[in-house]
Design a protein around this ligand. Sequence first.
Ligand SMILES: CC(C)(COP(=O)(O)OP(=O)(O)OC[C@H]1O[C@@H](n2cnc3c(N)ncnc32)[C@H](O)[C@@H]1OP(=O)(O)O)[C@@H](O)C(=O)NCCC(=O)NCCS
Length: 151
Amino acid sequence: MRLEPVTEDNYRAVIGLEVHEEQRAFVATNLKSIADAWIYRPKLQPLALFSGTDLVGFTLLERDRPDALHIARFMIDRRAQGRGLGRKGLAAIADVARAEGRTELVLTVVPGNAVARGLYAAFGFTDTGEVDEGELVMRHELAPSAHLADQ
Ligand SMILES: CC(C)(COP(=O)(O)OP(=O)(O)OC[C@H]1O[C@@H](n2cnc3c(N)ncnc32)[C@H](O)[C@@H]1OP(=O)(O)O)[C@@H](O)C(=O)NCCC(=O)NCCS
């Protein structure tokens, strides 16, 4: 899984990625996220997720604390879900955080988003008990790792 900048060449395809209808309440559209990133640049960074040459997802990373990388948005296109790409995307984001010397990943998730909560828990995120604007705050402490998830 590769994380690539959102550019003139790929932004239309990134905007074309979509989640299942019943997942729409769980994440903003990529169009909204790219607008947010422009307004709040450079604190927010939009990234396209590629599996080989296929564009399969999108993430919006936020850097507001030196020790943590905040995953503000994360989605895998509905046609590519259920193939382990969400897990690989998180691993690639964790590698970015480690490369920057950060020690934790932080995100929030809608309480009813069972698939995402299951994925995050399996990856090593734990509930902090905090609630931010109705969403559960989860964090994952990063152990230094020798391998990089660049498959
Ligand atoms: C959450 C999301 C990113 C997961 O992406 P994915 O590529 O399907 O994830 P994976 O294939 O790596 O699967 C993750 C786990 O969820 C499970 N899963 C995937 N789709 C599922 C479904 N429809 N129902 C139940 N479990 C499901 C998988 O079995 C896997 O668990 P396992 O490792 O124990 O087998 C994706 O569902 C998504 O984009 N959802 C909409 C946006 C969203 O909710 N983003 C998160 C905002 S916080």
